[in-house]
Design a protein around this ligand. Structure first.
Ligand code: BG6
Length: 471
């Protein structure tokens, strides 16, 4: 018999400041690394602010947030994940005193959410390190970043005490391996960075994250802090033992972060790897003690899975979310070549839960597609049945994982309102339940329209998932 999702399940949606707010230089905001990425991760960062960087204006959420949150409330959101642009609070990142206008803006956003009983879930750092920190300190390669970041975290924890309970420290912290500039504000080009450099930067972020967990609990014991990783499901391309071992190694690149975040110490496999690769992480005496401040929950994004083979040269490669792998012959793909795998979501939920037995939160999932706004009997709408099918199938797998016994706190659909894509910096790759009239060339009225999926998701929330259709 079909059963509903748990009563306290946190249904909602997610956005990131740099992809929706716009107003990049308004009310004292400083520049962020994103202001120098007009092409997303497709090209190395430029030195000047490019004319056609869609993120500079975004969907102008900065001036539309009330209208947008009202639409989220209409869908019945219980939670809304958004990020604070660090450079609105500390324009350069290393100041002592915060920018009051920035603090006030997010306070208004939080109050607007609370008005509708929507719980804010705030990401402290979502690919938007202040540019000054990248330029002056080479981002997270410098240990100084720990001080700046924890000062920022303390400032917002104190200001929003009692109004915000759920926090995430770093968005997709494991993206550091693939895109050090976007992931960790490191200006030095990737090809000039050694493994040593990357692991050192990772260490700084992990220490900062653990210190932030401690701070959050001290400031308000009600606070719950999660880590956030790019959730990657790696399947062996064949059952050859070589491929199985290749998967084991690949998985450890991601487990490295979740193991430290959730267990509070460097996992056993790093010892041998560091020796082999001649990696020596510089640590302060107190670091090991600090790392013991583990996260309250683990959150992750999930869009796709990929295959791994020891020798991948003989297989067709697939595209993917910040990473690539070998194509899986059993799966279909999105218009951007990301392979769609709902069962992978059940698999990864079980995998993390087996490993840590701590609550999990799916904080990103969705389908990037080219939508068409058409005239219907009900007015202008996007008939996005493909998105409904994608989410229906993924949510059914979430329910199966819950039935498997996994503790899943909630689900926030990515880009619940259309926004600028992170990897390609384009507008036409849309994820939302709400269509925003803005085009790749920057034209458009910025008017918002409800898509067909808007009404569908509203029904999912209202019925606690009972309207999901099993094939
Ligand atoms: C995640 C990021 O990697 O994927 C988001 O946290 C991003 O910021 C999302 O937008 C989807 O990726 P894209 O490139 O389609 O925007």
């Amino acid at each position: 018999m079909k059963t509903a999702f748990p009563k306290n399940f946190l249904w909602g949606g997610a956005t990131a400041a740099n992809q929706c707010e716009g107003a990049y230089n308004v009310d004292g905001k400083g520049l962020s690394i994103q202001d120098f990425m007009p092409d997303g991760v497709m090209k190395p960062p430029g030195k000047t602010i490019e004319e056609r960087n869609l993120k500079l204006e975004g969907i102008d959420y900065y001036h539309h947030y009330k209208e947008d949150i009202a639409l989220f409330a209409e869908m019945g959101f219980k939670v809304y994940r958004f990020s604070i642009a660090w450079s609105r609070i500390f324009p350069n990142g290393d100041e002592e005193k915060p920018n009051e206008a920035g603090l006030k803006f997010y306070e208004d956003v939080i109050d607007e959410c609370r008005k509708y009983r929507i719980e804010p879930l705030i990401t402290l750092s979502h690919y938007e390190t202040p540019y000054h920190l990248a330029k002056t300190y080479d981002g997270w390669r410098s240990r100084k970043m720990i001080e700046f970041y924890t000062h920022y975290a303390k400032t917002v924890f104190t200001r929003y005490k009692g109004k915000v309970k759920y926090w995430l420290t770093f968005n997709e912290i494991n993206s550091l391996w693939h895109f050090p500039y976007m992931g960790a504000g490191i200006l030095t080009p990737k090809e000039k960075l050694s493994k040593q450099d990357l692991y050192q930067a990772a260490h700084h972020e992990l220490v900062a994250s653990a210190m932030t967990v401690k701070l959050a609990h001290e400031i308000d014991p009600e606070n719950m802090v999660g880590c956030m990783v790019l959730g990657l499901v790696n399947y062996p391309r064949t059952c050859h033992p070589d491929d199985i071992i290749a998967v084991m190694k690949e998985n450890r690149k991601g487990f490295f972060f979740t193991d430290i975040h959730m267990r509070g110490y460097y996992p056993f496999y790093t010892k041998q790897m560091f020796e082999k690769e001649n990696i020596h992480i510089q640590m302060e005496d107190e670091d090991m003690e600090i790392l013991k401040n583990t996260c309250d929950f683990l959150s992750f994004s999930y869009y796709m899975s990929k295959c791994i083979a020891k020798d991948d040269s003989q297989y067709e490669k697939g595209k993917g979310n910040l990473t690539t792998g070998v194509k899986n012959p059993y799966l279909k793909e999105s218009e951007w070549g990301w392979q769609i795998d709902p069962q992978g979501l059940r698999y990864i939920l079980n995998m993390y839960y087996e490993r840590y037995e701590k609550p999990l939160f799916i904080v990103e999932n969705g389908l990037g597609a080219m939508d068409e706004l058409v005239q219907t009997d009900q007015g202008m709408c996007v008939e996005d049945d493909y998105r409904i099918a994608y989410m229906n199938d993924h949510l059914l797998e979430v329910k199966k994982a819950i039935d498997d016994g996994v503790d899943v706190m909630g689900y926030t659909a990515w880009g619940c309102i259309d926004l600028i894509s992170a990897s390609t910096a384009e507008m036409k790759k849309r994820y939302g339940f709400i269509y925003v009239d803005r085009n790749n060339d920057g034209s458009g009225t910025l008017k918002r329209y409800r898509k067909k999926s808007f009404y569908w998701y509203k029904e999912v929330i209202a019925s606690q998932g009972l309207n999901l259709i099993e094939k």
